[in-house]
Design a protein around this ligand. Structure first.
Ligand SMILES: Cc1cc2nc3c(=O)[nH]c(=O)nc-3n(C[C@H](O)[C@H](O)[C@H](O)COP(=O)(O)O)c2cc1C
Length: 223
């Protein structure tokens, strides 16, 4: 199974050969396609509901790109291409939550239309993130975390004072999709809301206007 880093290197190398651009220039903008997600089969929903439990200790085994792709799809994958509807419901279908993946290769944004990850920063910030997450669980040694970030401005224009409530509800729907998908893949996670938004925003250098509201450590449960 390929890691995000090896997929990115292959994508950068092939585009650089075709277009004659430098890898340094591409690193900012290139998106790495994720493996096609499974849309049927696997553990039943009933079993995943029965088995889901918050996990607080993970092995240091990195996730495969198949697992990362499946988890991103569960979060915000497009399931109705004509209108762009996704796996999770969305207030006014404005899709006010952005999905970021943090791992040793960097900070990546999930692009639902492309089912790809775009690397925003190629720095390993996992330990820094661990330090910002509330004890006792923290990231529990997970090598990967998904961050759900609110993009409130477009929703606020339409929903006014209800925007924040709607976006928080949407983050909850997405988080539960991811928790159940992780369970179905034999992985662990926990929804973490106990952190300082501004510090996480600064560490990850998330785009302006994005408020990180949920952190979902992801990995193989230890023991
Ligand atoms: C909105 C929300 C915020 C949470 N924040 C944290 C947190 O900051 N740290 C933590 O260890 N667990 C956090 N949790 C996880 C809960 O502690 C956990 O869901 C609860 O103990 C029930 O266990 P279960 O998820 O295994 O059913 C949060 C859960 C929710 C729904």
């Amino acid at each position: 199974m390929k890691s995000i880093r090896s997929i990115r290197i292959a994508a950068i190398a092939s585009v650089a050969l075709l277009g004659g651009l430098s890898a340094a220039a591409l690193r900012q903008d290139a998106a790495s396609p994720l493996p096609k997600p499974a849309t049927s089969g696997g553990m039943s929903l009933t079993e995943a509901l029965a088995k889901r439990r918050s996990c607080t200790a993970y092995s240091n085994k990195p996730l495969t790109s198949d697992q990362i792709g499946q988890l991103c799809w569960a979060a915000q994958g497009i399931t109705e291409p004509t209108r762009g509807f996704r796996t999770a419901p969305s207030a006014m279908a404005l899709y006010s939550i952005r999905v970021y993946v943090v791992d040793s290769a960097g900070v990546h944004e999930y692009l639902p239309k492309e089912h790809a990850l775009k690397t925003l920063r190629a720095d390993d910030l996992v330990a820094g993130l661990q330090a910002l997450v509330a004890k006792p669980a923290g990231l529990g040694g997970a090598t990967t975390a998904m961050i759900l970030g609110m993009n409130l401005a477009p929703l606020a224009e339409r929903a006014g004072p209800r925007a924040e409530k709607f976006a928080a509800m949407e983050a909850g729907h997405i988080a539960e999709n991811v928790l159940l998908q992780a369970t179905a893949l034999g992985l662990g996670s926990i929804p973490v809301g106990g952190f300082d938004e501004a510090k996480v925003h600064d560490l990850l250098k998330l785009p302006e206007g994005i408020r990180p509201v949920y952190i979902l450590p992801l990995g193989t449960p230890k023991g």
